[in-house]
Each structure stands twice: as structure tokens, then as C-alpha cells.
Design a protein around this ligand. Structure first.
Ligand SMILES: NC(=O)c1ccc[n+]([C@@H]2O[C@H](COP(=O)([O-])OP(=O)(O)OC[C@H]3O[C@@H](n4cnc5c(N)ncnc54)[C@H](O)[C@@H]3O)[C@@H](O)[C@H]2O)c1
Length: 257
């Protein structure tokens, strides 16, 4: 087991990729603190992940709650080895479609919350001389996209913030990387599916845009997550790992997951 005796915190693990990551980390021996804004969904994930997982409600837009969760985890287990900042929101629209509140909310959840969680765990990881942080961005943070101002700017900021923190903390044994998934079939894409007019239209978009011709599976993304939070990637920091079936090779297209 590649995460034996590790203590891991994951945000937004009540569904989708975060849930798959929690299950995979627990399978590899980690004690996983499964958090989500939806406490019941977090509890369901923890039940699926097994005895070593515990659930806590956490809305990452609440900086005080992030700090408290990190402190509680440290007090209980004496260490924190892994932080996976997975929560993110997508507010669609270009400059004239989104308003300032939508832009601010995107920055609060997608960027500020990751900053706050990294800041809270850093003294603990620095004292340990070791730690792995993974910030979920998107392949949409690597290329530009039409009509997605809030999502693109925040996800590219996640990648830049990740690299900067990695640079500043590498000498303390702390690795910080970003995860950039492409299309993964989760409820995250429901609003876009509605916008397109239904499931068939979404599948057409994905098969047309992705060179591999299909969605990524949550479990496939979880394997990349395991790699980045485990010692298998012990000499990798400041990297944005794109896991998107080759979509980036085509330079991105019209819409972003
Ligand atoms: N699914 C994709 O195609 C895709 C692609 C690229 C990147 N991503 C990124 O992955 C992350 C989520 O995607 P998913 O597919 O796992 O989504 P999902 O819809 O399956 O799950 C999202 C989870 O986030 C939780 N959540 C929402 N706001 C929260 C908040 N403020 N605090 C805590 N939890 C909150 C929800 O309760 C839900 O359980 C986002 O950061 C997203 O940008 C997803």
C-alpha cells in the first residue's frame, strides 16, 4: 500500500472525482478526512472508503472552517501528510454574461479556499519536513476557452499559485502539484449539459473534442491523484498534470469541463 499510515484531507469528496480519490487513498492505506459542503454526501463517501475514513462537513468558502478542520485533524492524528484541494465551481459566461458577484464567488471557492487550506497546513508540513499538496485545476486552466471567463481565469490562477508555492516550499520537503482533468462524467457537468440541450449533445461534444473520443473515468483520475500525493512522485513538484485523453493536444476547443 503506497499511502500506509498517511493522514489525508480532501475537500469536495462527496461526489465525483473527490469521492474516487478518497476511496483510492483509503484503499492505499491512508486515513482520509473526507470533507464536503454536503455533510451527508461526505458521510456516504467515508462509508464507501471504509474504516479508516471519517467524514466532516466543510464549505471551503468559509476560511475559518478550513482552519478549524486542519487544527482538529492535527490535534487528533499529530500530523497531516496529504492535502487535496478539490472543491471548485464553474460559473459560465463571458465578460458581459457574468457579474462581479459570480466572478468573486469563483475566486473565493476556486482560488482563495485553496490558498487558505495550503496556508493552514503549511506550518504542520514544514515541521514534519514532508508533505504533499494537490490542487485541482482543470485542463481549462492550461488553454483558453470561449465564454468561460471566471472558470478559465481561476483555474489558470490555481496552476500559477501551485507553482509559486511549490517553488517557495520545496526546500522544506513539501511538494505541491496541480491536477488538470479534462472531461470526466460527473454531476459537475450537469449545468453545461442543460445548456447544450441534453445528454446526447454533451456526448457529441466530448467525442468530437477529445482525441481519445470519450470521457475520463473518475477512477482513471484517481490513479493520477494517487501518483501525485504518494512517494511515487517524490521528485515532482510544481507540476500541472493534464489527464484529458489528449484534449490539450488539440489546443482546447469551444467549451471547458
Ligand atoms: N468533472 C469534470 O469534467 C472536471 C473537469 C476538470 C476539472 N474538474 C474539477 O473537479 C472539481 C469537482 O469536480 P467533480 O467532477 O468531482 O464534481 P462533482 O459535481 O461530482 O462533485 C462536486 C462536489 O463539490 C462539492 N462542493 C461544491 N461546492 C463546495 C464548497 N464550497 N465547499 C465544499 N464542497 C463543495 C459538492 O457538494 C459536490 O459533492 C472542481 O474543482 C472542478 O473544477 C472537474
Amino acid at each position: 500500500m503506497i499511502l500506509a499510515e498517511r493522514i489525508a484531507i480532501i475537500t469536495a469528496a462527496g461526489s465525483g472525482i473527490g469521492r474516487a480519490a478518497a476511496i483510492a487513498m483509503a484503499r492505499e492505506g491512508a486515513t482520509v478526512i473526507v470533507t464536503d459542503r454536503n455533510g451527508e454526501a461526505a458521510a456516504e463517501t467515508a462509508a464507501l472508503a471504509g474504516a479508516r475514513a471519517i467524514a466532516r462537513p466543510l464549505d471551503v468558502a468559509d476560511e475559518g472552517a478550513i482552519t478549524a478542520l486542519v487544527a482538529e485533524t492535527h490535534e487528533t492524528y499529530g500530523r497531516i501528510d496529504i492535502l487535496h484541494n478539490h472543491a471548485g465551481i464553474q460559473i459560465a459566461g463571458g465578460l458581459e454574461e457574468i457579474d462581479g458577484a459570480g466572478l468573486d464567488r469563483s475566486w473565493a471557492v476556486n482560488v482563495h479556499a485553496q490558498f487558505a487550506a495550503c496556508r493552514a497546513v503549511m506550518p504542520i508540513m514544514r515541521a514534519q519536513g514532508k508533505g504533499a499538496i494537490l490542487n485541482t485545476a482543470s485542463n481549462a486552466g492550461v488553454f483558453l476557452d470561449k465564454g468561460m471567463l471566471a472558470y478559465i481565469t481561476t483555474k489558470s490562477a490555481v496552476i500559477t499559485m501551485t507553482k509559486q508555492i511549490a517553488l517557495d516550499y520545496a526546500r522544506f520537503g513539501i511538494r505541491v502539484n496541480a491536477l488538470c482533468p479534462g472531461w470526466v462524467d460527473t454531476p459537475f457537468n450537469d449545468p453545461y449539459t442543460k445548456q447544450l440541450g441534453g445528454r446526447d449533445a454533451l456526448e457529441n461534444v466530448v467525442s468530437g473534442m477529445v482525441p481519445m473520443g470519450r470521457f475520463g473515468k473518475q477512477e482513471e483520475i484517481a490513479e493520477a491523484i494517487l501518483f501525485l500525493v504518494s512517494d511515487r512522485s517524490s521528485y515532482i513538484t510544481g507540476h500541472a498534470l493534464v489527464v484529458d485523453g489528449g484534449e490539450c493536444l488539440a489546443g482546447g476547443a469551444n467549451s471547458a469541463p
